[in-house]
Design a protein around this ligand. Structure first.
Ligand code: PEP
Ligand code: MN
Length: 358
């Protein structure tokens, strides 16, 4: 499905410079915590404030969010700071309450995005409300691109055009240093499949610890992500949820100031020069491969005339081993060279088989 009518996540008065930043606490805890954090973020130039009002917790018994009373706190944030507000919705009732409270942007959490019934319920509630609210869909907890795209399609089909995706990492056996493994290839493939879909990164939930926010945010910028959603709290160490990954508003501002934002413009003259060189080398590679195939065909003719088998496995193993060794000597990866030679060999065999069929 192509989502050709997608629009950028624009709200009146927002800076259009990349990245678009959404920041605020994991959870709204108290009116004071929400307002103190919001004022500090506003002073740092943040324009969209996030806070979880309903919290999907892995196990029962944890803090599950303050619920609807928190909406009044977000209204105050808007009135006092002029920031836009954003919260997570997981059910029809959440969507309705958030829209009633004039929340400006909704996001759907990773656990909800993994559940097509919940996604459809949210999409139906949005379609019935008929409001043009921007919606961001986090990746489902499992590294399943189709499930993520399916969740996005349900929201698109509900008439939402300011739609975006949030990469927040995936549940994985090998956590290494991450809370949720990044698997950058998934958001990159999502970008290839739906090029006009705004892409956000949530370095807080990928890393799970505050030290990882800066490097992960930088990686997202290097990959051309459009925005970041980051958890910030006025007193991170006392947070009621996700405290290890929250930072003070001033720390967030420091991190953002130090991000290197690469130019997404792709046409500088020196880059063009290097690209021409690459194109030329690729031309030469193609010529070489053509010549190599022509020799293969001659060998095929010889094998046919002398009744020899096409596949001579000892010779093949020798080629692979020798070239892999040479590649390593020249600073290339052994497996890379083995797969290049395998691909070339497969095509040679195909061409020789054709000789036999003639
Ligand atoms: C959150 O944003 O606080 C949250 C619950 O995130 P996720 O759905 O990515 O776990
Ligand atoms: Mn959180």
């Amino acid at each position: 499905m192509d989502m050709k009518d997608l629009q950028p996540i624009l709200l009146p008065g927002l800076d259009s410079t990349r990245p678009l930043i959404i920041a605020g606490p994991c959870s709204a805890e108290t009116e004071e915590q929400v307002l103190t954090t919001a004022h500090a973020l506003a002073r740092e130039g943040i324009q969209i404030f996030r806070a979880g009002i309903w919290k999907p917790r892995t196990k029962p018994g944890g803090f599950e969010g303050v619920g609807e009373p928190g909406m009044a706190w977000l209204r105050r944030v808007k009135a006092e700071t002029g920031m836009y507000t954003a919260t997570e919705v997981a059910t029809r009732a959440h969507v309705e309450a958030a829209l009633r409270a004039e929340i400006d942007l909704l996001w759907i959490g990773a656990r909800t995005a993994a559940n097509p019934f919940a996604m459809q319920e949210i999409a139906d509630a949005l379609a019935e409300a008929g409001r043009d609210v921007p919606v961001l869909v986090k990746n489902p907890v499992s590294p399943d691109l189709e499930l993520w795209i399916g969740a996005l399609e349900r929201i698109y089909n509900a008439g939402i055009r300011r739609l975006g995706a949030i990469h927040r990492g995936f549940t994985w056996v090998d956590k290494s240093i991450y809370r949720n493994f990044p698997f950058w290839t998934l958001p990159i493939e999502l970008q290839r499949r739906i090029p006009n879909l705004p892409l956000f990164c949530d370095p807080s939930h990928i890393g799970g610890k505050r030290e990882l926010i800066a490097p992960l945010a930088q990686q997202a910028m290097d990959l051309g992500f459009d925005g970041l959603i980051v958890e910030a709290h006025c007193a991170p160490d006392t947070a009621w949820s996700d405290k290890a990954q929250q930072v003070a508003p001033e720390t967030l501002a420091f991190i953002l100031r130090n991000l290197i934002i690469r130019d997404m413009n792709t046409t500088t003259e020196s880059l063009n020069e290097l690209r021409r060189e690459i194109d030329q080398l690729d031309d030469e590679l193609l010529d070489l491969l053509t010549r190599r195939m022509a020799v293969s065909v001659k060998i095929g003719n010889y094998k046919r005339d002398h009744n020899l088998s096409v596949l001579q496995s000892q010779r093949y193993e020798d080629i692979l081993a020798r070239r892999a060794r040479q590649a390593v000597e020249r600073g290339m990866d052994r497996e890379f060279m083995r797969s290049v030679m395998q691909a070339i060999h497969e095509e040679s065999i195909r061409q020789q088989m054709r000789v036999l069929e003639e």
